[in-house]
Design a protein around this ligand. Sequence first.
Ligand code: SF4
Length: 392
Amino acid sequence: MMIKQLNSWEKLKILGEGSKFDVCGFPSIFTKKKKKFQRFGFIYPAVGRKGSCVNLFKVLQSNACEGNCFYCANRKDRNFSRIEFSPQELAKLFLLYYKKGLVNGLFLSSAIYQSSDKSEEKMLKTIELLRYKYSYRGYIHYKILPGTSESLIEGAWRLADRLSINLEAPGPKYLERLSPTKKFSSQLLEGLKKIAYFNEKKPLRAGITTQLVVGAAGETDKEILNFSFKLYENYKLWRIYYSAFMPILQTPLEELPPCPLMREYRLYQADFLLRGYNFSPEEIPFEKDGNLSLKYDPKLAWALKNPHRFPVEINKAEFDELIRVPGIGKISAKRIIETRKIHRFTNLNELKETGAVVKRAQNFITLSGKFYPAPGKSEPEPDQQLFLWEEI
Ligand code: SF4
């Protein structure tokens, strides 16, 4: 494989663009934040806590790959220019943008050239330069490649704020449909276990994440979410990112239709119910085909399937009952309980002041025993659940 020589700016354009399939923030199309710097592929507005947005310098160390994943733009059999940054070159380039205040942190990944360890060594060298030579103390999200050896993972754990490894699929059967080269247990899961081991010794400041490709291997949402639940339980992941499959020209999956973004979004919503709202995987409402409804958000779909749990009396309900009401999130539930110490709720306007989305909640609640259904609606609006990032 020939590595082409280009200047740093040309490399940055290509290797920034090449990193776009690695997800490290929530899908901003569903947030109220506008994407800044969208004209630069390497500046990535990652949406994080409470919808806040940080600009990450998001780049690959190299796009030269000996892997041949069926969905990937960097796969070995795809014909395009292969380039790489030297650690020194990339560290200096990042600092240039950081010092100008154009980015707040680094996201570093790479394709696999020669071996995972060889690629990882270059990435590690880059962040060592940043931390030790240039005294950079800011945020680093660092990608562990499949099959990386333990000593390199340990080195990365000492320097990065967040480590991630892409598991790609909810099991080996589905991974085989996505990649002929990645090994689910021995490379991916094993890598995650090693990261989790170090994280147990001393937690990473921004935790561990992983990424799953959605809609390219025939997996159902139920399989994905059951798998996600186990990952959260076993490895204390901070977050799982779902990446809707997009076909890329000159790949074996180029004819496959793209995964609807709404499917990706519904997965985030259901994931949120598992992590933040005490839903068990069995309670997540799936359609007959094992997927989430695209029409109704999962919390509303659950409420519609469980009419015996409603109406909930706002003046008496426990916190856990309140947060299961469509239109009431954790913040509004806390405010409801605080407000109840001062007065009873007697009308919908009082409820609105807590931040609850009244038009969503009103079909599922009573206020001092009175029911206030939305007028003239035979079925609920297929609206989105509360602003998803309310309390992340
Ligand atoms: S290992 Fe697979 S997913 Fe990773 S860059 Fe290479 S082809 Fe792409």
